[in-house]
Design a protein around this ligand. Sequence first.
Ligand code: KG4
Ligand code: ZN
Length: 337
Amino acid sequence: MPTYILGIESSCDDTSASVLCDGKVLSNLTANQEIHKSFGGVVPELASRAHQQNIIPVVNQAIINANIDKNQLNAIAYTRGPGLLGSLLVGSSFAKSLSMGLNVPLIEVNHMQAHLLAHFIEDCGDEKPTFPFIGVTISGGHTQIVLVKNYFEMEIIGETLDDAIGETFDKCGKMLGLPYPAGPHIDKHSKNGDSKKYKFTKPKVGGLNYSFSGLKTGFMRYIQKEKMNNESFVSNELENLCASLQNTIVEILFDKIVLAIKQTGIHKVVFGGGVSCNSGIIQKFKHNENIENYKSYFPKFEYTTDNAAMIAMVGFLKFNNDDFSTLEKSAQARFKL
Ligand code: KG4
Ligand code: ZN
């Protein structure tokens, strides 16, 4: 008998629902919230209100697109955390009600674990990583180096002490007048820029931890200073500024991963999270595979950013492991791996 899992994701500003059949995606759709663009960042209260409006149509459409009846679902998997509490509450309350209504088990999923396990979705990539591997979660809220021993045993061995990598792209992009989220825009403008033209501060943090706040502040001060001399500095130099900033971020990320490979003796590096579609990151890690002796894995584009297919995938793995949740478990804004 095939196993049908419905996944629900609502940790930030995307309302997403997906149906998987034995790890194969039958449907995966997301309602993005345009409303945050004019604020230059996600406004938590507006995000939870939009989730409330979107959740029923999105889940309904995911079931229709999967071409199944809701009574065929074997379990409901939902994001318990980490994320914005008001947003998580909408998805978790809906998932609990639906599991009660359909009388099927409820499965809680850690959003960061799901970003890494997205690689096991059937059509995620040509080759699936084998355990153990070094997981790298890079998103708007997280920057973590994770020792992944198996599907469910993960240990954070390095993380950012301040800003996340995606947040750094977004905040520096805002200083350049780019729309939110600025990460994809910086990536696009970088393509025609000179990545060596400007040098920005790199952090001096020991071990496998990251820090991006110094780079952000240094970048802001530099832009402000140059704009005092020349108002058109940013518009004249946009491509070079984006390319140089992106190059600095990529180098900071890369150096610690090389250290993690040396320290753990593990030569597989698996990326997850919205920033893992960045072309500079992919290029750098692919180019250095033979030089530094590792293999890198990047998810298919639609599974990099927040999506419910990755939640349903973890749901499927947990379902096979009889790992179910209860109605008493509440949403967790801070939720450890
Ligand atoms: O995983 P995600 O969709 O949401 C969170 O859980 O945070 O990641 C969103 C982040 C944003 O900061 C966005 O700017 C960044 O991913 N991002 C990128 C690119 N595409 C998305 N950053 C750099 N280059 C990109 N191409
Ligand atoms: Zn995410």
